[in-house]
Design a protein. Structure first.
Length: 157
């Protein structure tokens, strides 16, 4: 991802921090409304929204606007050769939280903190104030359960 594109995506993500479901626990928010399936788990819809509003539409096989299913999107990115071990700001990060052995959550890579951790902005996640999920937040995550995608072939615009 070129530096300009990554910076635009990161800045757009930062503007969304604090957006919450309404009512809490409903999965209803502006990203699901934009995607056309409000009321469903929405971390992938958040990522897709950020890319679209930044001018880089994720062009994936199953949906015109991006993705809502982390595992299916990850498999398509992998098939396209877009998985990377050297993430750049604005790349997509997928999480495989044990013991599931599948991609079940995602966000946008912001920056490396140290060799073991990084920052990401995620939708449908938790904070100290919002323990049940349902908010856009900046999170510190470990590299060990993370897979990164540097979308180039899957972008229109």
């Amino acid at each position: 991802m070129d530096n300009i594109r990554g910076n635009i995506i990161v800045e757009m993500s930062k503007k969304e921090i604090g957006i919450q479901e309404n009512p809490p626990g409903s999965n209803k928010q502006k990203y699901g409304e934009w995607f056309g399936i409000n009321g469903q788990p929405w971390c992938g819809m958040f990522v897709s929204y950020i890319y679209d509003k930044s001018g880089y539409l994720l062009n994936l096989r199953d949906f015109l606007l991006g993705f809502c299913n982390c595992q299916r999107a990850y498999l398509e990115f992998m098939k396209n050769g877009e998985v990377t071990t050297t993430p750049e700001p604005g790349d997509i990060v997928f999480y495989d939280f044990p013991p599931h052995e599948r991609m079940e959550h995602c966000g946008i890579f912001i920056r490396e903190i140290n060799t073991q951790t990084f920052e990401a902005i995620e939708g449908n996640t938790t904070t100290e104030q919002c323990k049940k999920g349902g908010i856009v937040a900046l999170k510190a995550r470990e590299y060990k359960d993370s897979i990164f995608v540097h979308p180039t072939k899957s972008i229109k615009g």
